[in-house]
Design a binder for this molecule. Sequence first.
Ligand code: NAD
Ligand code: DAU
Length: 335
Amino acid sequence: MKLLITGGAGFIGSNFIRYYLKNHPNDQIVNLDKLTYAGNLENLKDIENNSNYKFVKGDICDFDLVNKLVGEVDAIINFAAETHVDRSIIDSGDFVKTNIEGTRTLLDAAKLNGNKRFHHVSTDEVFGSLGPEDKAFNEKTPYDPRSPYSASKAASDHLVRSYYHSFGLPITISNCSNNYGPYQFPEKLIPLFVTNLIEGKKVPVYGDGLNVRDWIHVDDHNRGVDLILHNGKIGETYCLGGASEKTNLEITEFILNEFGQGEEMIEYVKDRAGHDRRYAVDFSKIKKELDWQPRIKFEDGLRQTVEWYKNNQQWWKKIKSGEYKDYYKKQYEER
Ligand code: NAD
Ligand code: DAU
């Protein structure tokens, strides 16, 4: 099988490529990534010379390029997106372009190339915000996105489903909760807090710190995507969660504890606009149909992740200083 992975130089996509090549050594992967601020080829350094792997720099909105690549593969997994909620609040332009127009471009190419298998990686944020007593999101929860990011992801999910109904495109969608693990860009809660503490800086907690997220290790998410690609029912959506609801303060205290530090390192800052209060995912459908459930215990996974950031300071220091962009831009141009 030959796969087109979009957004494979980002956090989840790069971990997926590593996971997939290990578990399917005879399959081939083409990684199409625009290398935005969040795309980093250093995430894939250990496999860049693998003969079953090829990188193509490009935009999922570029129809000619996408059409050519889709023509060469058996299936597409779309990870590419603008993903940071705070950035979408500052400027939603790229979110609409990549997340909506980019997904449409990929869908059209899949349709025009003989209805190629298409898996779309989406988020639990499309379902909105839960109250403390509300039931966790599931596949039947009505969409209620509340940030420009989640609105653009919701629109992309609707487009993907529409190509199934209108054209019989063999699609599946996964809506997953908050991922953590190695190679996550240090603008997101966990890597930002861990790297700040290594640098001796305080950690900025938004509002009262009592917003809840359902944390899942990136490898558990990617095992689910792999299963859905191979065994998922065409036209279906699967919700994936980590069974680990935590407030941001609980996460902060856990991380502070790993550094032997206390509350004096917390800085309470202005809340995010429209900050969703709680996410939680009911994954009983994929558990029943595909025998999937998260395997990595949150405390173990988070401890390993903290260690990874301690042991890979070169990786994130280049990002925080902006140096990684110049280095890889030059390397790419020289090829
Ligand atoms: P990320 O921001 O780390 O990586 C996104 C990647 O997409 C980058 O490599 C970037 O260069 C690439 N990209 C952006 N625009 C592109 C374009 N126009 N053309 C080609 N490539 C482009 O994101 P992530 O956290 O790895 O998320 C991957 C996917 O998973 C996204 O679709 C996201 O919505 C979804 N998701 C993320 C989480 C999470 O907790 N991070 C949870 C559920 C779902
Ligand atoms: O739920 C899945 C989503 O999880 C993905 O679709 C998104 O792409 C991903 O970015 C993530 O969104 P969140 O907004 O939940 O993640 P973030 O790491 O930005 O924030 C997690 C929580 O921590 C949230 O309640 C806001 C809070 N926060 C975040 C940052 C960056 C802080 O308190 N301080 C911070 O500095």
